[in-house]
Design a protein around this ligand. Structure first.
Ligand SMILES: *Cc1c(COP(=O)(O)O)cnc(C)c1O
Length: 454
């Protein structure tokens, strides 16, 4: 028998072959071989369970997984063929509008994630601004958008892709969110909107949305400028309604016209789902909605993508009906409780200070070293990953707080109390290794004195 025949009989032909990578493969391989080739390769990358860097869901219930697996062949955009999936999207939008306290009938849509939702929401701001300017016979060539340095990179992307001047409020050491006093000097007739973040990527806090709303209501009265707020609630809009129901950040505030949220973050769904919700139907400019009839029936679409799977929409609806307010509140409180335990462990190790855990915050722990060391947070992150495979990022904050380096651990449903205790111990062990051998990571700045604060 040739080696080839043996491979056909015993499989695993891929074991002694390089993985196809440069040219389109001439020949195929058996299904089992293809599956094993991928499995073996993927086993070498990070384990999602130990990925505390990502905000994205890494665990769902088996029943939800079944719904997802059974609907992978359903193209969400085929509304004519799959009207029930389309109706389920609309149910989710109505539920979110209710959760965000919309005053009346509203509209919104499913997106691929918050990034698509933000592009669409910000385009709506630009279009509505242009309508207002044109109605007043004013120029429409210099739109600007105001946000803090605490936003996600997608906001700068929007400005570059769609030709809007970004007016970015810098941060400062000890000040990692923005408020009305930061926004005020940048406002003018060309401002299409102000972005406020609910749960920043950096430290998990919220901008002063109540204060910014008050400022913009005053500006509307005194200067006859109606400037809307878009709330980037990618993470926070599934956390605040449950942990801080009395804290106002949503449509209870008059100038908040649109909100995005990632279903795949604290919406507790696997990657590939986001939401955009408008305050009122009129906040979505008609010009941005396209009508087409290729799929058998005239249909309106407001998306950047077209074809996409229906599974994640269905999984989101599954979570809404499965958990309800009661269930989401339970999950969020549990995550918050574990985040507090991790924060306490880190503080009591004497090695770290925790940033802003006494404020309203996402279920995460942002922390930094205290005292003098021959190593910094990047070294700790590296050592922790090398010793235990935990992925906890270390990064510098945006300008002008870039001298502050922090680490951040997301607390999700995969992090049980047992894991929290193990992680705390592993972080201490990593520090002890570094105490003994010094920096491993080519630290940019050894022996830096740390202040405390925030
Ligand atoms: C994650 C995140 C985004 C981008 O969302 P995706 O769903 O990953 O596209 C935008 N803004 C904030 C505040 C985020 O945390």
């Amino acid at each position: 028998m040739t080696k080839r025949d043996d491979a056909a009989l015993f499989g695993n032909r891929f074991l002694t072959m390089p993985a196809p990578s440069e040219t389109f493969p001439e020949e195929g391989m058996a299904a089992t071989d293809a599956m094993r080739l991928l499995d073996v390769d993927l086993a070498m990358e990070g384990d999602p369970q130990r990925n505390l860097a990502t905000f994205v869901t890494t665990w769902m219930e088996p029943e939800a997984q079944r719904i997802i697996a059974e609907n992978l062949h359903r193209n969400f955009i085929d509304h004519a063929e799959y009207p029930i999936s389309a109706e389920i999207e609309q149910r989710c939008v109505r539920m979110l509008a209710d959760l965000f306290n919309a005053p009346g009938k509203t509209t919104g849509c499913r997106t691929q994630g918050s990034s698509e939702a933000i592009m669409l929401g910000a385009l709506s701001l630009k279009w509505k601004w242009r309508e207002r300017r044109q109605a007043a016979h004013l120029s429409v060539d210099r739109p600007n958008l105001i946000f803090g340095g605490d936003v996600h990179v997608v906001w700068e992307k929007f400005c570059r892709y769609f030709d809007v001047e970004p007016r970015i409020v810098p941060l400062a050491e000890g000040k990692y969110t923005i408020g009305p006093e930061d926004v005020e000097p940048h406002l003018d007739g060309n401002t299409i909107g102000v972005v406020a973040v609910l749960g920043t990527t950096f430290t998990g806090h919220k901008d002063d949305i109540v204060g910014i709303d008050k400022l913009l209501r005053d500006v509307r009265k005194e200067r006859d400028l109606d400037i809307p707020i878009h709330v980037d609630g990618a993470s926070g809009a599934f956390v605040w309604p449950f942990l801080y129901p009395d804290s106002k950040w949503d449509f209870r505030l008059e100038q908040v016209r649109s909100i995005n949220v990632s279903g795949h973050k604290y919406g507790l769904v696997y990657p590939g789902i986001g939401w955009l919700v408008f305050r009122e139907e009129s906040d979505l400019p008609k010009d941005l909605v396209f009508h087409e009839n290729y799929l058998g029936k005239t249909d309106a679409t407001f998306t950047l993508n077209f074809s996409t799977g229906a599974s994640m929409v269905l999984a989101q609806y599954y979570n809404f009906v499965r958990l309800g307010r009661q269930g989401y509140t339970y999950v969020m409180k549990m995550l918050q409780e574990n985040a507090h335990v991790l924060a306490d462990n880190l503080r009591s190790s004497g090695r770290f200070e925790v940033i802003g855990s006494d404020l309203e915050q996402l279920p995460l722990v942002a922390f930094r070293l205290v005292g003098e060391h021959a190593y910094d947070e990047s070294d700790v992150a590296w050592q922790l990953s090398a010793e235990r495979g935990w992925m906890v990022p270390a990064y510098t904050l945006p300008p002008n707080a870039e001298r502050v380096k922090i680490m951040r651990a997301l607390v999700k449903e995969t992090l049980s109390r047992e894991q929290i205790d193990r992680l705390s111990q592993d972080i201490s062990d990593a520090c002890r290794t570094l105490d003994d051998k010094g920096a491993t990571h080519g630290s940019e700045r050894a022996q830096v004195k740390r202040g405390t604060g925030y």
